[in-house]
Design a protein around this ligand. Sequence first.
Ligand SMILES: [Zn+2]
Length: 112
Amino acid sequence: MSFCPSCEAEYVEDTIECPDCNVELVESLHIKEEEDEFDWVPLRGVPGKVYAEMVTEILDKEEIPNYIKSDPLSTAYLTAGASTISGNSVIYVPEKNKDKAEEILFQILDHI
Ligand SMILES: [Zn+2]
């Protein structure tokens, strides 16, 4: 199978180019899919970016993908309606890593 990296259509082996997008086909979209298909879930809010960064530092060491979403007042209007607490940082991890990540988060918050 060959795939179009642009529209992700599948083609038989001997097709070289996607007729719709005029781009060269690739052998597999697998790697891209794996990275994009995380089911990101939020951990419980951390009181401040400093703590959030402490947590993500350990998550990095444990090779758990993560990102921090903070809720500064300047962007509050963007999240109107969402149940976020102003000033908190929320760490997102893939759902499959949630248990481990929560354990790490709990240990750090326990030491505050
Ligand atoms: Zn295409």
